[in-house]
Design a binder for this molecule. Structure first.
Ligand code: PGA
Length: 264
């Protein structure tokens, strides 16, 4: 895949609100050893973890101290730089912790915290401004799927999120159908490919053709070691945002090792 598209596949683990900082240290250490034992080539498949905010300093110290080839990021950021926003976290603080990535607009933030397309756009812009790569999540509910088909809502959400970003901005897009998240019912590779293929032109239109070709589009929603190969065979799917299965070291490592199952 990478050889054809030039896009390095990206396997990202969204821990959600799981693992405290002590558990995170043990987990990241074990994950790195497991991938090393499996001779994982991190240049061929990038692997990142997205722990809760309170774990980030510990994860940063471990990864830097032991020179582990894992990337890491946060699960959210504020659209503001600093000020009277109790409980919020600035992108500047995440950058100071060496985060490379930050998830923006996850469906749980949209649903549970009322994040609108405007908020997601402001957060995406804040991430880019602070030198972070936003992992912009889009996806339709089961109701949207029935009413509008699979691609309409994700395309509109992505358009809103990218409007206002500078041309050539470095972003990752995650297509996560809401009905597939945590449900055990993943989309089919064909469904993921169809939506990813509809999202890529939106990136080209708003960030430029080069960005359209270079931007990695992930699939997320009940990804497991047993179904990753099908997604990775899809030409416009460049990786996965993994929730539940990212908390199981053997399972997550097997997902990152997908070239072994794809047989390419
Ligand atoms: P899941 O979650 O893999 O548990 O379905 C994916 C996500 O929410 O990013």
């Amino acid at each position: 895949m990478a050889a054809v598209t030039g896009r390095v596949p990206f396997i990202a683990g969204n821990w959600k609100m799981n693992l405290d900082h002590l558990q995170a240290i043990a987990f990241v250490q074990k994950l790195a050893w497991t991938l090393k034992d499996a001779r994982h080539d991190f240049d061929t498949v990038e692997v990142a973890v997205f722990p809760p905010f309170t774990d980030l300093r510990s994860v940063q110290t471990l990864i830097a101290g032991d020179k582990l080839p894992l990337a890491f990021g946060a699960q959210d950021l504020s659209q503001h730089d600093s000020g009277a926003y109790t409980g919020d976290i600035s992108g500047a603080f995440l950058k100071a912790l060496d985060c490379r990535y930050v998830i923006v607009g996850h469906s749980e933030r949209r649903t549970l915290h009322g994040e609108t397309d405007e908020v997601v756009a402001a957060k995406s812009a804040a991430a880019v401004k602070h030198g972070l790569v936003p992992v912009i999540c889009v996806g339709e509910t089961a109701e949207d799927l029935e009413q509008h088909g699979a691609a309409a809502v994700p395309v509109a959400q992505l358009r809103a999120a990218l409007t206002g970003l500078p041309k050539g901005a470095d972003v990752v897009v995650a297509y996560e159908p809401v009905w597939a998240i945590g449900s055990g019912q993943a989309a089919t590779p064909d469904q993921a490919q169809q939506v990813a293929a509809a999202l890529r032109p939106v990136v080209s239109e708003l960030l430029g053709d080069e960005a359209g070709q270079a931007t990695r589009i992930l699939y997320g929603g009940s990804v497991k070691a047993g179904n990753i190969a099908g997604f990775m065979r899809s030409p416009d799917v460049d990786g996965a945002l993994v929730g539940g299965a990212s908390l199981d070291i053997a399972e997550f490592s097997a997902i990152a090792q997908f070239p072994k199952h794809v047989g390419t």
